[in-house]
Ligand binder design. Structure first.
Ligand code: CTP
Length: 304
């Protein structure tokens, strides 16, 4: 019996082992499952429902592309507006850095219009979503990180003219190195320097005493940049702008909207020469008096 008993004993031992193994396995498995259950929320983070995930991903996909353009925007002109238009077209939101007076003085010379006036002008442009006052002239590492981390800027944008610091280095070098720089096409034939030159010409013309200086100014500002001069009798040397030659460009700059049948239409007229912060304010006030603002712009002959 012993061997048999032993045999059967060994057989039943095997069964017992199996049972034991099963029991132990069961306990281990059970305790693992229990552990998972108990520590479930810690070991495996609870998964958000599929709908919430979908919403989160689609929100991520739809994050607006934010672009940054900086500038002096001194005596703001249509070249600046066209730059802002092109910058805005490179993203969904345009943030504009208006460079501080001190930075302009240090890098270019004193601006004609102070920061608060330049800010009024920039803010009034329909393509601008927000502005950063007192922006630096050069994109420094600190400022670039601030743009990326605080303002969520994706790209830094500037016109295709070189923008050099007094030491000859590129003001946008760091942004270019970071691969976060984009360029727009500069609008030919208009610049703050040229507008200031034209003003000097007007002053000279009115006093008409210093013919030498007058002709040298005219060479510099009216005949510069290959521009056409309106010499059809006005004698003012005023340039003919070729900036709005196509209906497409006119539509881009207008708000493509006429008055409704019941609109209260307000009319205001003026020369709007050297368009400035005061003009912006008067147009804003006039617009508030009705639902639609129609602006009459005097001809050069009327002004004279
Ligand atoms: N800009 C442009 N076309 C112009 C003038 C300016 O596209 N005719 C662009 C510049 O390249 C820059 C932005 O407008 O990206 C702001 O320019 P800003 O710093 O104000 O002036 P400048 O480039 O010095 O030009 P300006 O002398 O006319 O002020």
């Amino acid at each position: 019996m012993e061997p048999g008993a032993g045999g059967s004993g060994s057989g039943s031992g095997c069964g017992a082992n199996l049972v034991a193994a099963c029991v132990i396995g069961g306990i281990v498995l059970g305790s693992s499952v229990l552990a998972l259950r108990l520590s479930g929320p810690v070991a495996i983070p609870s998964l958000p429902p599929v709908d919430a995930l979908r919403r989160r991903f689609s929100r991520r996909r739809r994050r607006p592309v934010r672009v940054y353009m900086d500038g002096c925007f001194d005596m703001m002109h249509y070249g600046h507006c066209n730059a802002l238009r092109q910058a805005r077209a490179l993203g969904d939101e345009l943030i504009v850095g208006v460079i501080s007076d001190d930075e302009i003085i240090a890098n270019k010379g004193p601006p004609v219009t102070p920061l608060h006036e330049r800010m009024i002008m920039v803010r009034a442009v329909k393509w601008v979503d927000d502005i950063i006052p007192d922006a630096p002239y050069a994109i420094t590492e600190d400022f670039m990180n601030k743009l990326f981390n605080e303002y969520n800027i994706d790209y830094i944008i500037h016109g295709d003219d070189p923008c050099l610091l007094p030491d000859g280095t590129d003001a946008y070098a760091l942004a270019k190195k970071a691969g976060r720089y984009k360029q727009i096409k500069r609008t030919e034939g208009v610049s703050t320097t040229d507008i200031v030159g034209r003003m000097l010409l007007c002053v000279r013309e009115r006093s008409a005493s210093d013919s030498h200086n007058h002709s040298s100014l005219q060479r510099q500002f009216s005949h510069g940049h290959g521009q056409k001069i309106d010499d059809s009798g006005s004698g003012s040397g005023t340039r003919i702008s070729h900036f709005l030659p196509t209906s497409r460009r006119i539509v881009q700059f207008s708000n493509s909207r006429g008055p409704g049948p019941d609109s209260r239409i307000v009319y205001i007229d003026g020369a709007f020469d050297l368009f400035h912060a005061g003009h912006v304010e008067i147009l804003r006030l006039a617009r508030e008096l009705g639902d639609f603002l129609l602006v009459g712009i005097h001809t050069d002959q009327t002004i004279r």
